[in-house]
Design a binder for this molecule. Structure first.
Ligand code: AMP
Length: 116
């Protein structure tokens, strides 16, 4: 899917509203519209990357920035101490429904492992 009709690219461009909680030069963090936990924030790159599997050599810094941002969001959302999950689904079979890389930051309740 190109970035023109990508849902998260449209959020980055401000064409679709989102509850933004933090942002950096290369990333944006906003609340998931269908939260699966008391805290459920998505951290996405501003630039369109389909998913973790599509990261290239040139995206090494970006990959680190996204994970670092996830930890930052967890701290600001107050779940860093109680524990949280930072997860990214890759491919439809793994549960990916939006094909623009995003890290789910989930916390505020006990998490079960393994996931279904
Ligand atoms: P995934 O299934 O891993 O691709 O995650 C996509 C996530 O995006 C889901 O948890 C959706 O609830 C969330 N989502 C879809 N549309 C929006 C939106 N407009 N604003 C915020 N989150 C959204």
């Amino acid at each position: 899917m190109g970035s023109d009709d990508c849902l998260f690219c449209r959020i980055v461009r401000g064409e679709i509203p989102a509850d933004i909680v933090a942002e950096g030069d290369s990333w944006l963090a906003f609340r998931d519209i269908q939260p699966q936990a008391p805290v459920h924030v998505l951290v996405i790159p501003r630039r369109h990357v389909e998913g973790v599997g599509s990261l290239g050599e040139e995206d090494r810094d970006l990959a680190g920035e996204l994970l670092f941002a996830a930890a930052q969001v967890a701290r600001s959302e107050g779940i860093a101490e109680t524990g949280y999950r930072a997860v990214t689904n890759v491919g439809e079979r793994a549960g990916q429904s939006v094909f623009h890389l995003h890290v789910h930051v989930l916390g505020g309740r006990r998490m079960r492992w393994p996931p279904g």
